[in-house]
Each structure stands twice: as structure tokens, then as C-alpha cells.
Design a protein around this ligand. Structure first.
Ligand code: HGY
Ligand code: MN
Ligand code: MN
Ligand code: MN
Length: 417
């Protein structure tokens, strides 16, 4: 019985699981917060240190490593033909006080896939590129900065002049700092065509755990609506200013918080997640408040309607309080994964004998942007208690290994010569 169990174990993990765990743990130590969690905003000192770790590992795995003007790290393994490429990858920047798995699993998983291809002497027909995208979370500059540059949606000049939110530094200057420190080989832009793109990621929600499945095959990625509003009131004394002589931006803020809660329903989630109050002291009526809203749906028209509805609501409620509202917003469209890639991943999972479901992604990912230039596919592994973007984000190692195996097998199926 013991031998059967051991055989099963070996069969399930036919490669070096220690390397994957070691890489995730090592990267997870970089940018650690004193009370738990990790803060590694893009191109910060911590992010640069993590980038250098990954670049070293990429080179050790025999990849030719380049960095483009979007700060994306690109590790290339040549194939029997020059083009098109198969690409895989994710991000290693984190939200402020995030977890160690979000993004990192896709990068380390891609790295391990390359090592396994090498060790098992797989001859890949198509060249493979492992990509680490810049600022996926947008906590430093702008969401998807790297993948948008990669896909041609953000021009170099536009990107390089974006002002930092985390540090008072322009993207271009932060990038220079990274180039100088890493001595990376800089290219302008990835010049090759891409046949398929795959991303391994933790689910970040509770579905796989609830269903008791090893793997999620992603059908499509949710769309996101972001609304930012600057509410300008009249700063004044909290004790002496009569109630009828106030322009207090906290009133439209409070109403908007509840409005967002009200419009969220079964398939829409909404959060007023950013509040910045000036001057934020207890005996002063706030002079201004900046708020940020995050709303998600699989239905684009729903997001477009909500964009209008909520913007108008903020304007109306501000006007009632003699508060001026400056509103900006954007929508990242929901996208579908390519049928062809869903099938390849399904074949890969079936060959390995893992359990799976097909499901939508309710977090956004670099693959969303990559869908503009190639066919995308995503592989999910379960998140413990569905927690992510928090210090207690966790995925059991055996699921990580299964996810990496699925990515490896998928790339093998698609490119083995
Ligand atoms: O916000 C998101 O869904 C992603 O984790 N950046
Ligand atoms: Mn994230
Ligand atoms: Mn992520
Ligand atoms: Mn006083």
C-alpha cells in the first residue's frame, strides 16, 4: 500500500518540485512588510531586486534575456523555426501589502517549464518567450503598463512620462534606474509574431476550492470599470462653520460608497476602494477628497451603463453640497480565451489525470491585454479560502506543482517537434 502511494506521489510530481517552491519563497522574501504581506510595486527597489533574481534564474535556465522599453523582461529559448513564438508569463509586482503567489506563480511556472523542456530534451518547434510584465497591478504607474507597451497600446513617450504614484518619479526615470542596476540588454520592443500565449495564475477566488478541483481552465476574463473622482469642497473649521454654510465632500463620498454597494448584484461586484482625504484631521471639514471605484462584470455594456450612471450620481450628489466633482474613468474590456487554447489546456490536464472545471476569471490579467495581439489561454490553481491581494493569500504547494505541470505539458503539446 505504501509503495502504491509512493508511486502515485512520484507520478504526480515527475519533476523537481523543490525549485518551484524555492523560487516562490525567495521572491516572496523581497519587499516583505514588517507585519506580514509583501509590497513590491513595479520598479521600486524591491521589485528591481526581484527582477534581478528572476533574470539570473532565466539565464541559468539557458534563456537569452532582454528588457524592452516597457520594462518587460523577455527570456527567449530558440526553436527550430524563427517565428511565430509561443509566449508565457505573468508579473512579479504586487499590490501594496499583497501576497506571494499573485503573478509570481506564472513567472516561476514558466521558468520551471523551460527547465523541464531542457532537462527532458524536448525539441521545441516554435521559439518560446517567457515574459515578466511591468506594473500589472498599476500600484506604481498605471495598470498593465508593461503588457500595454508590449501590445502597442501604450507608446514609449506616453509611458515614460507617467508620474509615479508610489514614488515621486517618472516611469522613464524609474526604468533607467533598473537598466543601470541590472545591466540588462535593452531592446526597443519584442519584434516577433506570437502564435499562442499562456498564463498560469492563482484563482484568487473561492470557486476551485469549493468545487474541490485541481485546475481551472479559464474561458474568459472579466471587464473592469475604474472611476476616479476629485471632490473639491471648502476647507473650514469643523466647530465654527454652521451646517448650512458648508461644502463638505465627505457627504457625496458617503452616498457614493452606498451607491456602489447598491448597484453590485449577482454578476457585478463593486468596491469604493480608494479614499484620500485632505487634510485628514478631525477638527477640519475636508477641503478635498479623492475617491477610486473598481467595478467588474463579464458584460461590457453593463459596465458602460454603470460608468454613466455612477458618474452622474457623483455629479448630482456633489452639486447638492456645493462640491465640485472632477471625474475620470476607463473600462478594460472583458475578453474571451481562444477556443484552440482552451482545448489544448484541456488535453494537457486530461493527460495528467487532474480534475478541472472551466470557469471565468474574475480578476484581471496581463493575458487580457495580450489578447489584442495573439490567442490567449489561462490555467488557474485553487486559492485557499479564496483570499488574494492580502498577506494570507495562499495556495497549497501540491496545487502549484499541478499547475506548473499543466503549463509544461501544454507547451509541450503545442510545440514539440
Ligand atoms: O486587479 C486585478 O484583478 C489583478 O489582480 N491585478
Ligand atoms: Mn493582483
Ligand atoms: Mn496577478
Ligand atoms: Mn483652532
Amino acid at each position: 500500500k505504501l509503495i502504491v502511494l509512493m508511486l502515485k506521489y512520484i507520478q504526480n510530481y515527475p519533476y523537481c518540485m523543490d525549485r518551484v517552491r524555492k523560487d516562490i519563497e525567495n521572491i516572496g522574501k523581497i519587499g516583505k512588510d514588517p507585519n506580514g504581506g509583501v509590497s513590491r510595486p513595479a520598479l521600486s527597489e524591491a521589485d528591481i531586486e526581484a527582477r534581478m533574481y528572476v533574470m539570473r534564474e532565466m539565464e541559468e535556465a539557458g534563456l537569452k534575456v532582454y528588457v524592452d522599453q516597457g520594462g518587460n523582461i523577455i527570456g527567449i529559448k530558440e526553436g527550430e523555426i524563427n517565428e511565430p513564438f509561443i509566449t508565457t508569463g505573468s508579473h512579479i509586482d504586487t499590490v501594496l501589502n499583497g501576497g506571494i503567489f499573485d503573478g509570481v506563480v506564472g513567472v516561476v511556472g514558466g521558468l520551471e517549464t523551460i527547465r523541464l523542456i531542457n532537462e527532458n530534451k524536448i525539441k521545441n518547434k516554435f521559439p518560446i518567450a517567457l515574459i515578466v510584465f511591468t506594473d500589472e497591478e498599476g500600484n506604481s504607474f498605471t495598470p498593465f503598463a508593461g503588457s500595454k507597451y508590449f501590445a502597442g497600446l501604450l507608446k514609449k513617450d506616453e509611458l515614460h512620462t507617467i508620474e509615479g504614484k508610489y514614488e515621486n518619479i517618472k516611469f522613464g526615470d524609474a526604468l533607467k534606474r533598473f537598466f543601470e542596476k541590472s545591466k540588462a540588454k535593452v531592446i526597443e520592443k519584442f519584434p516577433y509574431s506570437i502564435k499562442n500565449h499562456f498564463e498560469l495564475h492563482v484563482e484568487q477566488g473561492p470557486i476551485l476550492e469549493k468545487e474541490g478541483k485541481d485546475i481551472g481552465i479559464v474561458l474568459g476574463i472579466v471587464g473592469v470599470l475604474r472611476i476616479w473622482a476629485n471632490l473639491e469642497g471648502k476647507q473650514s473649521h469643523a466647530g465654527t462653520t454652521p451646517m448650512n454654510m458648508r461644502s463638505d465632500p465627505s457627504i457625496p463620498l458617503a452616498k457614493t460608497i452606498l451607491k456602489v454597494r447598491e448597484i453590485a448584484k449577482k454578476d457585478i461586484v463593486g468596491t469604493l476602494s480608494y479614499i484620500n482625504v485632505f487634510p485628514n484631521v478631525v477638527n477640519v471639514i475636508p477641503g478635498s477628497i479623492k475617491l477610486g471605484i473598481d467595478i467588474r462584470s463579464l458584460d461590457k455594456t453593463e459596465l458602460e451603463e454603470l460608468e454613466k450612471q455612477i458618474s452622474k450620481y457623483i455629479e448630482d450628489e456633489s452639486e447638492k453640497e456645493k462640491v465640485k466633482a472632477n471625474i475620470s474613468s476607463y473600462i478594460e474590456d472583458p475578453v474571451l480565451c481562444a477556443e484552440e487554447n482552451i482545448k489544448t489546456i484541456e488535453k494537457s490536464v486530461n493527460e495528467l489525470g487532474y480534475s478541472y472545471i472551466k470557469m471565468p476569471s474574475r480578476a484581471v490579467h496581463d493575458s487580457q491585454i495580450m489578447s489584442r495581439i495573439t490567442k490567449i489561454g489561462m490555467i488557474f490553481v485553487p486559492s485557499k479560502n479564496g483570499i488574494s491581494h492580502a498577506p494570507d493569500e495562499w495556495t497549497d504547494w501540491n496545487y502549484i506543482y499541478k499547475g506548473v505541470n499543466v503549463l509544461y505539458n501544454t507547451l509541450k503539446i503545442i510545440t514539440e517537434a
